[in-house]
Design a protein around this ligand. Structure first.
Ligand code: NAD
Length: 260
């Protein structure tokens, strides 16, 4: 029986689907009490009902600070404290800067970046008390530019750097890390998965030749939340099948007959 998170009390945002649902599931399997927060409360209930152990479902909009304050308050009241906050809920945002509306930009900033600030601010006193940790879902898109993902690049870069700033300022009590996935096979990327040309392109660029299962991201989060990572803080754990291991140069060997 795995118990790397036994007696730990966790909040996972965006827990109704995708990576968040996988994290909530893995945390529960490792013995944690898990508060599943999402705007889609019915789907979050379905995930919670599939889990063993103590769970709490909270309807919360992570882009709204009062909603996050209420989420943290309700969880602390129910579980008697808080050890782990996973700021995971997020949205993609396609479109070039000249074509993005104020609303598009505000949505990306609100859901993907303000959420991390609101969640960390609300949870910090409780995490300082318990000696807990924060894990933020960033992205490899936070480490550079992508085609047509400018707003997303901006906010995920912000998540990565806010993670480091929090780690610097809240040690030794609280560890703060981020996880940067590459392409993960969730509802958010269903359009990609349905597009053969995209998946072929992706397969050629990523050495492991496939996207990640949400559970493969959740496993990294279990590590960061557990005592196995007791000296890991301010770190961005890249889980991308070696996508970003490339220096970005073309495959010269292919043209020189060294590689196929
Ligand atoms: P998903 O769409 O499968 O799930 C996201 C969940 O967040 C949904 O349950 C949704 O209802 C919830 N949510 C959306 N807006 C919310 C809000 N305002 N308040 C509360 N909950 C809200 O997405 P996913 O692929 O699991 O992505 C999760 C995180 O991982 C996001 O931060 C995303 O940017 C990041 N990420 C995803 C990928 C990928 O390829 N899927 C890659 C890198 C990073």
């Amino acid at each position: 029986m795995p118990n790397r998170l036994s007696e730990k009390r966790a909040i996972v945002t965006g827990a109704a689907a995708g990576i968040g649902a996988a994290v909530a599931t893995r945390f529960a399997e490792e013995g944690a009490s898990v508060a599943l927060a999402d705007i889609d409360v019915e789907a979050a209930e379905d995930v919670a009902n599939s889990l063993e152990g103590e769970t709490l479902v909270v309807e919360a909009d992570v882009s709204n600070s009062s909603s996050i304050d209420a989420l943290v308050e309700e969880t602390v009241e129910e579980f008697g404290g808080l050890d782990i906050l996973v700021n995971n809920a997020g949205v993609g945002m396609f479109g070039h800067v000249p074509d993005l509306s104020d609303d598009d930009w505000d949505t990306a900033v609100g859901v993907d970046l303000n959420s991390v600030f609101y969640g960390s601010r609300a949870a910090m006193p409780h995490l300082e008390e318990s000696g807990g940790c924060i894990i933020n879902t960033a992205s490899i898109s936070g480490s550079g530019g992508d085609y047509g993902l400018e707003a997303y690049n901006a906010v995920k870069g912000g998540v990565k750097n806010l993670t480091k700033a929090l780690a610097i300022n809240h040690g030794p009590e609280v560890r703060v890390n981020s996880v940067s996935p590459g392409l993960v096979l969730t509802d958010a990327t269903q359009d990609f998965q349905d597009n053969e040309a995209i998946m072929e392109d992706y397969g050629e660029r990523v050495p492991l030749e496939r996207g990640a299962e949400p559970e493969e991201i959740a496993d990294g989060m279990v590590f960061l939340a557990s005592s196995d990572a007791s000296y890991v803080s301010g770190h961005d754990l890249v889980i991308d099948g070696a996508m970003t291991a490339s220096a970005g140069q073309p495959n010269f060997g292919k043209h020189l007959g060294v590689d196929e």
